[in-house]
Write a protein that binds this ligand. Structure first.
Ligand SMILES: C[S@@+](CC[C@H](N)C(=O)[O-])C[C@H]1O[C@@H](n2cnc3c(N)ncnc32)[C@H](O)[C@@H]1O
Length: 235
């Protein structure tokens, strides 16, 4: 009998979210805007920006191909932020680890979440970077011990991977309450190519979904996602 694919965590939850009206959403560092696209398809009002003109053009094309409308802005999230209104939801996904000054960048972007709104923060996890490199063998260990990778980065490796505890501390210092924590690829990236080739992907996904929000495992994912709420102190 064919196995049914595992149900991703979050899909069940989203049906119960309190939002029904269109949300104003800023996708800061949108890339090709696949995620912005999901929100636009669900009827929300999107503002998208990217530092790269090329990425922004791809995002615009992506929206145009689907007859979706949005506001597209070229520039860094930090330089555009002062001109923007506050939003119900700000997506800051896989960008912070590319910034020269992640802490100030986070503060500037998080400031654009309205009181009573949410920040969706996804970042490249330094724990996973360390673990993966140590598992590669002793030739990588000096590199990890000396922290030589910080601030450098390569084409696909960001210069400033972040520890989840540091992100948590910064978000709490900015007045946010953490509503959900999820690890992305908590097992996948630790498996050898041979193990992966011999694996049932649905079963691996079931494992990922089962453990991605459990303490320890969620801080082992290649990426970590935090959903953070900014309390409305006036209400
Ligand atoms: C890894 S991609 C992530 C794209 C998208 N957020 C996603 O999750 O698919 C990082 C994107 O951030 C953009 N970027 C880097 N620094 C930025 C900045 N300071 N402001 C806005 N975008 C930035 C890059 O051009 C790139 O498109």
């Amino acid at each position: 009998m064919a196995k049914s694919p595992p149900i991703p965590p979050g899909l069940g939850d989203s049906a119960q979210t309190p939002f029904s009206t269109p949300l104003s959403i800023w996708d800061a560092g949108c890339g090709f805007a696949q995620m912005g696209q999901w929100f636009a398809e669900a009827g929300h009002d999107l503002t998208l920006c990217d530092l790269s003109r090329k990425m922004l053009a791809r995002a615009q094309q992506n929206f145009a191909d689907r007859q979706l409308e949005a506001t597209f802005l070229h520039g860094s999230a930090q330089s555009l932020a002062p001109e923007l209104p506050a939003f119900d939801l700000v997506l800051f996904h896989a960008v912070i680890e590319w910034l020269a000054d992640p802490k100030t960048g986070l503060q500037t972007v998080a400031d654009k979440v309205r009181p009573g709104g949410y920040l969706s923060l996804l970042f490249y996890n330094r724990n996973a970077f360390v673990y993966n490199n140590v598992l590669k063998g002793s030739w990588r260990w000096e590199h990890i011990l000396s922290d030589a990778y910080i601030g450098k980065g390569k084409k696909l490796t960001p210069p400033n991977p972040q520890y989840p505890e540091d992100m948590l501390e910064q978000l709490e210092a900015l007045g946010f309450e953490i509503r959900q924590q999820t690890g992305i690829r908590v097992f996948h990236d630790y498996l050898s190519p041979q193990v992966l080739a011999d694996s049932d992907l649905d079963e691996l996904l079931a494992l990922e979904y089962r453990y991605c929000r459990q303490a320890t495992y969620r801080y082992m994912g290649r990426y970590v996602h935090f959903l953070a709420y900014k309390p409305d102190t006036d209400s």
